[in-house]
Design a protein around this ligand. Sequence first.
Ligand code: DX5
Ligand code: ZN
Length: 233
Amino acid sequence: MSEPSSRVQKTIAAMRGVRPSILPSLLLCDFANLEKEVRLLEEAGVDCLHLDVMDGNFVPNISYGMPIVSAIRKVTDLTLDVHLMIRDPNTYASQFVDAGADLITFHIEALPRPSDLLAKIRSQGVAAGLAINPSTEMSHLLPWVGECDLVLVMSVEAGFGGQAFNPIALERLSELRKANGPDLLLEVDGGVNLKTVGQCTASGADLLVVGSAIFREADYCQAMTRLRREMQI
Ligand code: DX5
Ligand code: ZN
């Protein structure tokens, strides 16, 4: 096995080994104290951080880019899951590989023929996946699922934290799980909280991205404990 593919396999095996797992989305965190935030999440027993990259073009919001990903890489060994909400993933994905991503997802809406980029990311030793918005027909995604290490089912339209969960994600998770068996990693993102997290795991989600339900709480550890309790199936 060549080096990049064994690194991908290692990442995927690690994520399969901890599922279901809650991935904090660092969108609402205290950016003036990023290292401290990461430590608090490590202390809360987090396995993987979800990093939301927005370009103000694919989505009507701007978050952060490569410098924040590499700054986080320098202070933690946690798995870094980078969610690219950008118009041109082809041009920028490699820069997120260099910044230290372990998993990269980009949107099928941004690149309707994703095979080459999925393969390129994997050839660089990083697990690759596709994300799909609730408003996009699943027929756009399905032909490519076999080429993905993970599929990210959005439960809000990409762009902002704090939106309400769209239950269409539950149907999509169940369908994907049924059609692909237990090996495919399924991720859900948007409006995942104490009320919805259990429904997501019951529908087959492995990786549960949570923003406001952690970062709007004073105690991340307690927030994680409560979410974990609700997601047990
Ligand atoms: C939405 C982002 C999410 C989001 C999660 O575009 O991809 O990661 O910030 O935040 P909550 O949990 O607040 O919906
Ligand atoms: Zn996200």
